[in-house]
Design a protein around this ligand. Structure first.
Ligand code: MN
Length: 219
């Protein structure tokens, strides 16, 4: 089960994972029942949320999930709760704050002759690292990983296009595709395009450890 990888990663880092179904609304503070928000991977985002018509290569969308995640992100941000977005999760963060996505990288990404698009939808299951990601020095991500470079897995055909104004790009693959976003404020707000929960190396565990540490500081 896919959720199992996330749950194990959170548990290993010392947190207690609580899975939420997609609800229509939530009138209680998130702080009354959790100390952080982890957004998992999943299907495509409905482009209606960033004012675009569907591209022919758009995959299956789930508007109930899109709507619920946008609501959760805005609530978590308003309550200064730590947020970690993974794969679709980084895209959800961007859309929730007003950014846009490539609906399909191979069809829409502006490629340059000297910088061809890498295969971001790797065929190999199980999570071996397949492409490099370069990280901005001094960013939250660089501080967590204690490095400005990491090799990651890649299971996405969508990606962040125009980042939201309150997010900054802190990681890219060699073809320029955005692989990491983070908040400009003080609280823990981080999204990565790869799947650390499926990578069995200490770099990936550091991401969950840093997130859970931030969650533990919420009272
Ligand atoms: Mn990738």
């Amino acid at each position: 089960m896919l959720a199992g990888d996330y749950c194990r990663a959170v548990e290993k880092a010392g947190g207690i994972p609580v899975l939420l179904p997609a609800l229509a609304a939530c009138d209680r503070p998130l702080r009354s029942f959790c100390q952080g928000l982890l957004l998992s991977g999943g299907g495509d985002f409905d482009p209606a949320y960033f004012n675009e018509a569907p591209h022919p290569r758009l995959g299956t969308v789930d508007r109930d999930r899109d709507c619920w995640e946008i609501l959760l992100i805005r609530k978590a941000q308003a309550e200064s709760l730590p947020i970690l977005g993974i794969c679709r999760g980084v895209q959800a963060l961007n859309v929730a704050f007003g950014g846009t996505l490539y609906q399909d990288l191979p069809a829409q990404y502006p490629q340059q002759p000297n910088r061809p698009l890498l295969p971001h939808d790797q065929p190999a299951p199980g999570g071996p690292a397949t492409h490099r990601v370069t990280i901005k020095a001094g960013s939250l991500l660089a501080r967590i990983l204690a490095s400005t470079e990491i090799w990651t897995n890649s299971y996405h055909h969508q990606a962040v296009k125009d980042p939201a104004t309150n997010l900054r790009v802190t990681a890219r693959s060699d073809d320029g595709v955005i692989e990491g976003l983070e908040g400009t404020g003080d609280h823990f707000l981080l999204g990565v395009q790869w799947h650390p929960e499926r990578l069995e190396n200490t770099d990936s565990q550091r991401l969950f450890a840093a997130f859970i540490l931030a969650c533990r500081q919420i009272t």
